[in-house]
Design a protein around this ligand. Structure first.
Ligand SMILES: Nc1ncnc2c1ncn2[C@@H]1O[C@H](COP(=O)(O)OP(=O)(O)OP(=O)(O)O)[C@@H](O)[C@H]1O
Ligand SMILES: [Mg+2]
Length: 359
């Protein structure tokens, strides 16, 4: 059966409660189109029986017009609809966070995105650091501007792409001087737009590069999108670990409840190129492990301090692009474990709910 035609026909029918099209209303809980069968589940809290019968009849009649042979089942549930997911085309939203600044969130976020993409996942990268966006530089897209596309009267931003990864950053829209003056509602507005008014394609992973610490951006993020989980980045330094605990505690607040997928320890040690076996623990040793143990989450991996990581980033190439065997083995490990623990999280717990502001 022609799925597109069926959806188009149904989209002409209005939800009697909110006036939205019946295919886009949150009351639609299920629309299954099989070989010769259409199953529809609608959930309403105490819908007037006359209105319900009329809606039932309208749907049956409309579908009979185009698929008279098909078996159409419409089931009404008498309950409030389950929370809607405004981003059904994005399977996992992973926020990369830290307490302290400069520990390597953007480096980890960019390399996670590139590495996941190389492994065949579809990935997008959202730079949510409105004060210090790094993604344009790291992907060699400085001074580039996204196109605007009008769809059903809405102006939507088309992400820029590098290494087949759709990317969005405030750096593509505003000059750095303009971005620093964003405050409160305007700041939240930009974050919301980055999720709602950007043409993100179907994605297995949307990686979000957050600014350090906890603040308006993190709060807006959890109020806008169901974050599948957070990856916490730290260096081995005690101050970085302490701040990472504070940042993690925000995600774990009962009212926020975003699971932590694991910890990445960056700048774990330094090995000179001429002596790759020698490890110098410049910032102390074991901070990532300690943090992971404290939070009772896995240590996803360690990334040593490697001069080329920083140099490549400045040239617009995430380190993954360098064919450095040692470096890619560390990154590989982090990526595999991130995928594994994200899948495990999805098996073990319910999807994250968008945080509702209590007033
Ligand atoms: N493993 C590494 N080896 C060498 N240089 C690194 C490594 N990780 C990060 N860097 C460099 O350290 C600097 C800070 O990293 P990055 O920008 O990723 O941190 P951040 O946590 O996103 O910072 P901010 O809090 O400012 O957003 C960058 O210049 C980056 O290239
Ligand atoms: Mg950053």
């Amino acid at each position: 059966m022609n799925e597109k035609q069926i959806k188009e026909t149904l989209s002409q029918i209005k939800d009697p409660v909110n006036g939205q099209s019946i295919v886009n209303t949150p009351h639609l809980q299920k629309l299954e189109i099989g070989d010769n069968e259409v199953n529809i589940v609608l959930a309403y809290n105490n819908l007037d029986p006359d209105i319900k019968n009329k809606l039932n009849f309208t749907i049956l009649e409309a579908l009979y017009e185009i698929i008279p042979e098909a078996n159409v089942n419409i089931h009404f549930e008498n309950q409030a609809p389950k929370p809607e997911n405004p981003y059904p085309h994005i399977k996992n939203i992973i926020a990369v966070a830290s307490g302290k600044g400069g520990v390597g969130k953007s480096t980890v976020a960019a390399n996670l995105a590139v590495g996941l993409q190389k492994k065949g996942h579809s990935v997008g990268l959202l730079d949510a650091d409105l004060y210090g966006p790094s993604i344009p530089t790291m992907f060699g897209l400085k001074n580039k501007r996204p196109r605007v596309k009008e769809i059903h009267g809405r102006q939507l931003l088309v992400p820029l792409t590098a290494y087949d990864i759709p990317l969005m950053s405030i750096g593509f829209i505003l000059d750095p001087e303009q971005a620093v003056v964003l405050r409160g509602p305007r700041l939240s507005g930009v974050i919301k737009q980055f999720l709602n008014d950007v043409l993100w394609p179907e994605l297995d992973y949307l990686i979000i590069d957050l600014p350090p610490s906890t603040g308006d951006i993190q709060l807006t993020m959890v109020q806008t999108a169901p974050i599948t989980g957070a990856v916490i980045v730290t260096t081995p330094q005690a101050v970085a670990v302490d701040d990472a605990i504070k940042a993690s505690n925000m995600f774990r607040l009962e009212s926020i409840d975003v699971p932590i997928i694991g910890v990445v320890e960056n700048m774990a040690w330094f090995s000179p190129i001429e002596l790759p076996e020698n490890k110098y623990y410049l910032f102390g040793n074991g901070g990532g492990q300690k943090l992971a143990a404290y939070l009772e989450v896995p240590l996803l991996g360690q990334l040593p301090l490697i001069a080329s990581v920083g140099e490549l980033a400045d040239e617009g190439k995430p380190a993954w692009q360098a064919e450095d065997k040692i470096l890619s083995s560390y990154l590989d490990n982090i990526i595999e474990r991130t995928v594994y623990y994200t899948q495990l999280r999805n098996k073990q717990s319910d999807p994250t709910r968008i945080v509702k502001i209590k007033s």
